[in-house]
Design a protein around this ligand. Structure first.
Ligand code: ADP
Ligand code: MG
Length: 311
């Protein structure tokens, strides 16, 4: 079965440390066609981590029907009002799928909606964080072409890995890359055609068990092999912790928890979890926020990636 998929070299961290295009936000797309892999949870934690370092952050929810990230942000705003506290807030927008029946018109409509949501913030924020749905939609594909960094959370399960690669059950060898890996490869090519900087693709392992189980070890072996084969970097990411589920209703993240503060009290395990989030953000090698750069250049014309033709 020939898919045209070619292995890409695995870029080293030094090669991929992102440089900021002056006056343009760094776009971080959180993507994985598998639902429930932790995209929205990760999007919110990375957003708050960057804001707590003083960056201007915009968030974009492209899974607007589920609207998890939008609800998370709403819950956060409501919590700040209820408790009378100041919480850093991202500039948030959601992009709905087109309701037009004609496919070509719908694609054009979605492209226009996405650009309308991105353009105001791409010129003013330091980072735009785009949360995508756990399915292959036209809107999600378009968003992937905007990614300077693509972060793919992956649950520690071979069911989730199946979207990246087919694996031989006896030898654990990679038989071939599968649908999401191919989709990313196509978006990478489209971006390259437009002269865009290559995307830095980072796969993070999510919901890692604290136990040294065989599954965890086998997953690690296969992911490392796959990283070399299809060209992504791997970070360990986040452990399985109830706190990630509990914080949603208050719109808080681990970065907001303080000793003696409002909301859930900070435990030793939360301190470790917060470090985990900070380590993840550090591993992304994002460029410094403009505010902290010595010579911030004025905003220039927005450089737009070449997008696939509508239809
Ligand atoms: N590290 C984690 N530990 C425990 N639960 C998690 C973790 N990451 C995500 N979850 C939970 O997994 C479910 C799916 O997460 P979510 O961020 O909505 O994924 P996605 O956006 O990919 O569908 C949610 O119930 C969320 O609270
Ligand atoms: Mg989600």
């Amino acid at each position: 079965m020939s898919s045209g998929f070619q292995p890409a070299p695995n870029p080293s961290i030094a090669e991929t440390r992102a440089a900021r295009t002056p006056g343009r936000a760094h776009v971080l797309v959180i993507g994985n066609e598998k639902g429930g892999s932790g995209k929205s949870t990760t999007a919110m934690h990375v957003a708050v981590s960057l804001m707590s370092d003083g960056a201007r952050v915009a968030t974009l929810d492209l899974d607007a029907r589920q609207g998890t990230l939008s609800r998370y942000v709403e819950n956060r705003a409501a919590h700040a009002v209820r408790k009378g506290i100041d919480l850093p807030m991202p500039l948030h927008a959601a992009v709905m799928l087109s309701t037009l029946n004609d496919r070509r018109q719908a694609d054009a409509d979605e492209r226009a909606r996405l650009e309308a949501a991105l353009e105001p913030v791409v010129g003013t924020a330091d980072f735009v964080i785009v949360d995508t749905p756990g399915s292959d939609t036209h809107l999600s594909r378009l968003a992937h072409t905007w990614a300077d960094t693509l972060l793919t959370p992956l649950n520690d399960s071979f069911i989730d890995l199946d979207l990246l690669a087919r694996v031989d059950p006896d030898t654990l060898r990679i038989v071939r890359p599968s649908i999401y890996a191919e989709a990313v490869w196509k978006q990478r090519q489209l971006r390259a055609v437009g002269g865009g900087r290559p995307v830095d693709w980072v796969v993070m392992r999510n919901r890692l068990s604290s136990l040294a189980a065989r599954n965890k070890r086998d997953m690690g072996t296969v992911i490392e092999a796959l990283a070399r084969r299809i060209g992504f970097r791997v970070t360990t990411g986040l452990s399985e912790r109830v706190i990630y589920k509990e914080l949603f209703l208050s719109g808080l993240t681990l970065l907001d928890l303080k000793r003696g503060g409002t909301g859930p009290s900070l435990t030793v395990s939360h301190v470790a979890a917060r470090q985990e989030v900070r380590d993840l953000v550090a591993a992304l090698n994002l460029p410094p926020a403009v505010a902290s750069e010595p010579e911030a250049a004025p905003a220039t014309e927005i450089s737009r990636p070449v997008l696939p033709p509508a239809g």
